[in-house]
Ligand binder design. Structure first.
Ligand SMILES: NC(=O)C1=CN([C@@H]2O[C@H](COP(=O)(O)OP(=O)(O)OC[C@H]3O[C@@H](n4cnc5c(N)ncnc54)[C@H](O)[C@@H]3O)[C@@H](O)[C@H]2O)C=CC1
Ligand SMILES: O=C(O)[C@@H]1CCC=N1
Length: 276
């Protein structure tokens, strides 16, 4: 299977790292592009694959897709339509175009790609880099079972793959795509206040990171439920109960809802903003 990545950046870099580590693709079967020559050089040495740049060769994307079975497009949502419009004449008809972009619908993509070009929209998250990612995957009309399986294989070794309808991708952005940032924010805040309470900053950061990791591993154990794990930490009238009460009294439930609604809303706005 030949894979081309147009826009090898943070997200597609995480997917590639996971896929290479899991043996889903061989480095010699991957071609990738970036915008600048400097980022191409950096990405090539980071991932050990061939990376060309638009800066050095304005036809770089066209050359990169010449033999591709799967074309993973990792440019920013605002650049999707221009990138696909330019690329369209060079795609093999059977190449599956896979998007990771928030807020760019398959209808928008189909409008600028050749008629019948197979399209799969996905919403991944960056923990794919470490084999613990999530990806929501919505194959478009006309994508064969074989093509769906080939795309799925790219992600399968490095995370949880959840088939969804395209309309559910806004919920996937809010629940998984953006969600690592919520956890990192919590870790930042815990570490900062631990330092304010008298710990040295490096120890507080290390404690927050190790705690998030440990809690994540516990959540992944067979039959684990977040609520039960939380309650197991909360001794009656103990320290955790006071902390959890403070979170809930302070509106954390509502705040999480509002944060997730804001992410999903932005995904929908982008569909309007970046539509073809
Ligand atoms: N960062 C994240 O956690 C997630 C990002 N996404 C999606 O991933 C996409 C990329 O986001 P990031 O990886 O964060 O951005 P990024 O800026 O790290 O990567 C974008 C890459 O595209 C390249 N690029 C831009 N225009 C190009 C062109 N015309 N031809 C070839 N390469 C080009 C840039 O050089 C860069 O390497 C977005 O559509 C975003 O919605 C989806 C889920 C999670
Ligand atoms: O923030 C963003 O728009 C992208 C999509 C999900 C995570 N990062």
């Amino acid at each position: 299977m030949k894979l081309t990545i147009l826009g090898l950046g943070t997200m597609t870099g995480a997917i590639l790292a996971g896929a290479l580590e899991a043996g889903a693709v061989r480095a010699e079967d991957v071609t990738a592009t970036t915008r600048s020559a400097a980022s191409a050089e950096k990405a090539a040495s980071q991932h050990g694959v061939t990376v060309t740049s638009q800066e050095r060769d304005e036809r770089a994307n066209h050359a990169a897709v010449a033999e591709a079975d799967i074309v993973l497009v990792g440019v920013k949502p605002k650049d999707m339509v221009a990138t696909l419009t330019d690329l369209a004449p060079s795609l093999r008809p059977e190449a599956v175009v896979v998007s990771v972009a928030a807020g760019v619908t398959s209808a928008t993509m189909a409008a600028v790609l050749p008629a019948g070009q197979p399209i799969v929209r996905t919403m991944p998250n960056t923990p794919l880099t470490v084999g613990s990612g999530v990806v929501g995957m919505a194959p478009g009309p006309g994508v064969t079972e074989e093509q769906t399986t080939a795309v799925r294989a790219l992600f399968e070794g490095s995370g949880l793959v959840v088939p969804v309808a395209e309309e559910q991708l806004s919920a996937v952005v809010a629940t998984a795509g953006s969600a690592p940032a919520y956890v990192f924010l919590l870790a930042e805040l815990i570490a900062a206040h631990g330092a304010e309470m008298g710990l040295d900053a490096a120890s507080a950061e290390a404690m927050a990171a190790a705690t998030v990791k440990g809690a994540g591993i516990m959540l992944q154990q067979e039959g684990a439920r977040a609520e039960a794990l939380r309650k197991a930490v909360m001794s009656p009238n103990g320290t955790t109960e006071k902390a959890v009460e403070a979170f809930l009294d302070g509106g954390m439930g509502d705040l999480v809802n509002r944060a997730m609604d804001a992410a999903a809303q932005r995904d929908k706005e982008m569909a309007e903003e970046f539509g073809a």
